[in-house]
Structure formats: structure tokens, C-alpha cells
Design a protein around this ligand. Sequence first.
Ligand code: G6P
Length: 603
Amino acid sequence: MCGIVGYAGQKNAQDILVDGLVRLEYRGYDSAGVAVIEDGTVSLARSVGKIAELRRQLAKGPLSGTTGIGHTRWATHGAPTWDNAHPHLDCQGKLALVHNGIIENHRLLREELVARGHIFHSETDSEVLVHLVEEQFRGDLAEAVRAAVRQAEGAFAIVAVHADVPEEIVGARLGSPLVAGVLPEAALLASDAPALLGHTRELCFLEDGDVIRLRPGSVELWGSDGKVKQVSFDTIPWDPLTAERGGYRHFMEKEIHEQPQAAADTLRDQLHSSEGLGFMEHELAELDQVVLLACGTSYHAGLVAEYLWEPLLGIPVRAEIASEFRYRCPYVGPKSLVVAISQSGETLDTLMAFREAKSRGARTVAVSNIVGSALVREADAALYTRAGLEIGVAASKTFTTQLVALLLLGLRLANARGRLSEEQLAAQLDELARAPGLISQALDTDKALQTLAQQYHGKSDCLYLARGLLYPLAMEGALKLKEISYIHAESYASGEMKHGPIALIDEKMPVVFLVSCCELYDKALGNMEEVRARRGDLIVLTDTDDPTVRKLSDNVIVLPKAPRPLVPIVYTVPLQLFAYHIARIRGTDVDQPRNLAKTVTVE
Ligand code: G6P
């Protein structure tokens, strides 16, 4: 994780770097720092905590200079202290470097560097890089970076500046994202597009093994073989204004309310795309299984697809936690279709699991929100969610758009495999078009959920129960509450409750129960009775205003009725709102919850 930026141009670098860091703060916020080249040396400002702290420090002691780098940290090696904050400097104070990722052989490199006389000032793995570059530097920074990163193992994106070449920034990427923008008067590098969108929408996404040198108006790129590469730029459609909160209290609140539009954009994009998946018909007909790989919230989207796709496709379909999949010698081969789901397209666990499947010959599809991300580039076919920029660390609109994209993909696969006729496909697509409207209706529960949040924000635990297609939503609801309110929340398939979690239930335990008339309704009612019999405090989300349910429950939220495949999308909304309002009332940092980062580029 961590966010890194670099700037070389004519303006004061400090302000541009800090502005870029603010837009990358979702990547980590344990400490922050900037370094700029001033009069033949590097000047440094670092602080522990969020970027606001760095800003305060810079207001007291501003840095001047028009070339520099910046970093916002999510700590891996070494506590979030001033010493461990980036940028790191060489012994002479001429070279500064920022790093995102993990250098796996840092211990050995450090021992060797210390033996050669280097003095370390931090406990970070990153600091080895600055010493390695220092050793290699003979006037050409790109050359030195190339030679240094050859010695490093692991995943990294770095940006470096040197006072002897004050007009340039040099970046390198292996495993962690890095994106470049070049204008006649400025050159920029960053971990992710939002940091650059205020300057340019023409962005170059580096590939693994790339090293790049940028000066205002000029760019040079080398590939992993050390040879010069053609530079290509993608146009990013996002409006920089999406990075503003509008009238909302938090980005997450805004992003929850943007879901009807995001779903509509995703649908429009997919339905109007004339591109097929790029697979031969016989490849799809001969598939022996589908594996969906993902982490966190994206994994929950994969689980929904598992429930929906298996009967639709008539072959085994399973969603797998990416970090587990890779290391357990999974059954996957040339007849398998692997669908990797990742809003960022850069989550290292997902990327590595995906590469493992690909190396075994699987056909691959990436579902991502980020144009040019690593997953998209490496997959046989890519499917974009059109959620726009999501700044809240806890995923909201990227999740609902993943559900939309996966519904569409499932239908297309079923059609290609001859299990859904053209007429059936058209009818299902018509139903799918109702998604944005249904999400809007679900948003009408906002007031009721605010009231509910007032009632429950003081609780320390919460149980989420559901069956069938709604079970992954119970998981997502519990994850949202944990992530942003820090309330301990657990989810169970409600049929499993009697095998253990029922022991937790008493009058103090809130139980959020999801039930739909489309999904094992009578069985779910039975499970609710079991909760009630133990005096559990039952909050029911339902699409049927059933007096029996009202009698059993302490609180009922009635949602719009939706066709079965759209039920998970509808139920997502109140779960997000419940977690959001509880977190808001508890006063947590909703958009940047403690210890989390939006894009996790470490294993
Ligand atoms: C992090 C975020 C989660 C996200 C997960 C997967 O843990 O905090 O919100 O669901 O990564 O991210 P991805 O970009 O792969 O969807």
C-alpha cells in the first residue's frame, strides 16, 4: 500500500505533492512526508499521522523547489514513527526515494550494505533501496535505479530524485502500481490516477519491470529487459470533481448515493459494448469449471456470482479467497475459466492467485474499475465496472457495480454455452435494467436506518444472518460494520446458527437478519423464530411486509421487491447505510478507517 507521488516542473513542488498525497491518502495514513530539491541538496519534511499534520508542519516551515517526491504510509516494516516515514535520503542528502510495496530480501541487502559502510536511519525495508541507488549513481539516475532494483526481490513502486539532476524524476515498478503524466511544463508520477487527474487525464500506466524517467515535456521508458520501450497513454474518463465531497459529510456517504448512476453507467457500458469476451465458442462450451478470485468486498461479489452462476452455467462455480487459493495447489487447468474481481485491479493477493491460475493454462477474465490496472492488462478479457472514482476506503459503489457486471457476465456465459436462448437473454437483460431504479428505491430507507443507527450505535457486537443468495450479503454487511465502526460483527449462514453462534444470542445481541421472498423464505422464518426464542434483538431486512415477521422482530426495514438476481444489489444499500450511520454517530474516521488501506499491494 502507501501512496507515492513525484513532480518536476515550474511550480512550487511542495503544494502539488501534498495535494497529490491527499488524493492518495486512502492508500495509507500512518505517516507522510515530502522531499524537494533546493539549491543542490534535498530538503525534507516528514510527520507521523495524517497528511493534515504534514500540512501544518509545512505551513510553519515551507520548502521551496520545483522538483520533489512525496509519500503517505501504510506501515509494514517498522512502526509509524518519524524515522520510518518516507522519503528516505542517502548519506549525503542528495538522493531521496519513496517506496510502496515490500522488499522481501531487505534483511540480506541491509546486512551487505551495512558491511559496505552504509548507515541506516530507519527500520523499514524501503531504506535499502535508497542505499542501493546511491551506490549505483554515477550521474544517470535512471541507470542507477535500474541497477538497484535488479537486486531487490518483492513488490515495489518507487520514485526517486537526485540533487545533481534536479529537473527529473525517475520511477520503477514491479508489482505495485505507478502511473505517469507528462505536460509541456510538468512531469508527474503517482501510485494511482486520482493524484494526477487535476493535471492531466492522459496517463501512462507502467508495467512490471518498467523504469521511467520524466522531465517537463519529456518521457523515457525502459522495459524489464533494459531496452527502450514505446510510451503509450490512456485517457481516463473521470472528472476531477468526483474527488470532491459535494454536500455530503463523507465520501462514503456520497458514494453510497451515487450507486444508481454507477449501476446505470456499468450497464450502459456493457450493453453497448460490441466486444465479445474474445473466447472461441468451443472454449466456453468445453469449460469444466469457473473459479472467481478476489479479496475483501470483491470476494463477496464473487460469492454472489457463485450462487447465481452455478445453476445458470451447469458446471461447478466457486468463489475463492485469493490469498488462500494460490498456496493450496488448486485444481485449475486449461478448461477452467478464472474470473478475477478487484476494483483496483492491483490487489497483490488477487494478482498472484490470478497469475497462478494463468500459469496453469486457465482462460482469464478481469472485472475491475481501473482502466490499465495490472489485472486488466494481464487478463484474456476485461470487464469494467463504471463506478467512477471511489475514495472511501470501504468499498460501496464498486461493490454494487461488480454485482451488476457479474450478473451480465453470467448471462453472457450462459448464452454462449447454449443454456440461455436469445429470448431468455433479452428478458433477463430487461430485468437487469431495473437495477438503478431499485437501488434508488432502496436508498429511500436512509431515514429509517439513521433512526436504527441511533438505537444501536452503542453496541459492541452484532450478528448478521441470512441464507442462500443473501448469505454473501450478510458477510458484506458484517464487514462494512467492522471496517468503519469498529464494532465486532460476524456473519453466518442462518442454517449454521444452531451449530454454534446460537450460544451468543441473548437480549443484548443485535441480530441483523436478511430475508427475501425469493430465497428460502420459510426456512429463514424458522431461523428467526430460533433467534426470537433466545430473546435476540432482531433487525430484519425484508422485501415482504409480512405480519409474522413484524411480530418476531424488534425492527423491520422493508425493501423494494426485486427479481431474484437483483435481490443482493437491493439489500446491499441498507447494509451500507446502517454501517455508515453507526460509524458517523460513533465519530470514527469513516473514509479512512484505522489500519485499513484501499489498495493492498502486499501479500
Ligand atoms: C482492501 C479494501 C477493501 C477491498 C479489498 C479488495 O482490503 O480495504 O475495501 O474490498 O482491499 O480490493 P480490490 O481492489 O481487490 O477490490
